[in-house]
Design a protein around this ligand. Structure first.
Ligand code: PMP
Length: 415
């Protein structure tokens, strides 16, 4: 494969075309392996940005795509419906927290977040609260790359240059109370104060429950969500949980909100929903929010794509076909056994593990070229995010590969 065309013409995520970063051509993927074009196998330590939960090329998923493609790859969802869309809804309704039963099919995680925000604004608007035009969010949060989703993501991390054009939202510090430590009441104060002072302007609160991913790699206490649920009820502020990364078992529970026993008003899911095979996400709400909305103002071209729905159904079947929870526990135990040894490295400031997520929080961001060399040398595909060297492997990753992932993370922390 001649990658020069790629270098000249193709943007990759978060890159420049004037100084393109090196990219390695991939030929195939299988189970938890990515095979480069020259045949080099890489253990995938990050499930293709956390979506390939069952590994790659599962026959059930491939078969679902082929069968649906042969029947009807796509048809518009405006004015029409189809069995894959209804079948997926049927299955989701048995899995989702109680009351969350009004489903919008979106084409990516960011779009699901946009739709969730619209649901909140339209709900408040319908009740005559036209002054409620802002959203409260957490520092260290990440919700996607579209303008609305960026506006509620960490204001420093990714988009300071867009400051002038982004809707202005309210932010409070990332919850300071770690998941594994006793609850500290003061960690909720900033949110309490914000909602009290600005209740008349705030339509919704959005956050990633329990695990702040891309921008923080941080696990916080479930009590935060219980407090927030009560407060949002009190002010009738719409509570949105972005479970795009946490959903489908990543933190050890099917949805991260289960750690807290809290049900949001709107929930976004994506990524593992379609098992790393095709793009799809959902924004799901309850009757109380949906009923007052006269017309929800969103309708993408590929909404409810039948192939994506069929893949999601196959992925949900796969979740039922093996004990994913036991695998997540196994990976968690292995990461807990292996990663803490790196705490003593001078470059490591913290080590965190929850579910099938392991993080080395380092002081110095590892050099990109050195990371690439190490990936090829160790045969482990990792891609640090800012100063986080992390893993979120497919749930089927065997212990011996978790060991290799942990070793590669340790070496990366020394670069
Ligand atoms: N929300 C969260 C919590 C995410 O982790 C991501 C993607 N990393 C998104 C939203 C955006 O999803 P997508 O990339 O599919 O637009």
């Amino acid at each position: 494969m001649d990658a020069s065309l790629d270098r000249q013409h193709l943007w990759h995520p978060y890159t420049s075309l004037s100084h393109p970063r090196p990219v390695d051509p991939v030929a195939t993927t299988r189970e938890n392996r990515i095979f480069l074009e020259d045949g080099t196998p890489l253990i995938d330590g990050i499930s293709s940005w956390w979506c390939a939960a069952h590994g790659y090329c599962r026959p059930e998923i491939v078969q679902a795509i082929q069968a649906q493609a042969a029947r009807m790859p796509h048809v518009m969802f405006g004015g029409l419906t189809h069995e894959p869309a209804m079948e997926l809804a049927r299955r989701l309704l048995t899995l989702l927290p109680p009351g969350l039963d009004r489903i919008f099919y979106a084409d990516s995680g960011s779009i699901a977040v946009e739709v969730a925000l619209k649901m909140a604004f339209q709900y408040q608007h319908a009740l005559g609260r036209t002054g409620r035009t802002r959203v409260a969010a957490l520092r260290g949060g990440y919700h996607g790359d579209t303008i609305g989703a960026m506006s509620v993501s960490d204001p420093e991390e990714m988009h300071s240059i867009f400051r002038g054009i982004l809707p202005q939202q309210y932010f409070v510090p990332s919850p300071q109370c770690p998941f594994h430590e006793p609850w500290r009441e003061e960690s909720f104060r900033p949110m309490e104060q914000l909602l009290e002072e600005h209740q008349g302007e705030i339509a919704a609160v959005i956050l990633e429950p329990i695990f702040q991913g891309a921008n923080a790699m941080w696990f916080y206490h479930p009590e935060y969500l219980r407090r927030l649920r009560k407060l949002c009820d009190h002010y009738d502020i719409v509570l949105i949980f972005d479970e795009i990364a946490t959903g489908f078992g990543r933190t050890g529970e099917r949805f991260a909100c289960h750690h807290a026993g809290v049900v949001p008003d709107v929930m976004c899911i994506g990524k593992a929903l379609t098992a790393g095979a095709i793009t799809m996400a959902c924004a799901i709400t309850c009757q109380r929010i949906a009923d007052p909305i006269p017309v929800l103002l969103h309708g993408p071209t590929y909404m409810g794509n039948p192939m994506a729905c069929a893949v999601a159904c196959a992925s949900l079947d796969l979740f039922q076909s093996y004990d994913w929870k036991a695998h997540v526990k196994r990976i968690e135990a292995k990461l807990q056994e292996l990663l803490p040894q790196y705490r003593s490295l001078p470059n490591v400031q913290d080590v965190r593990v929850l579910g099938a997520v392991g993080v080395l929080d380092v002081k110095k961001i590892p050099d990109e070229e050195a990371v690439r060399k190490l990936v090829l040398e160790t045969g482990v595909w990792l891609r640090p995010e800012s100063h986080f060297i992390y893993t979120m492997p497919p749930f089927i990753t065997p212990d011996e590969d978790v060991v290799r992932i942990a070793e590669a993370m340790g070496r990366m922390a020394e670069l």
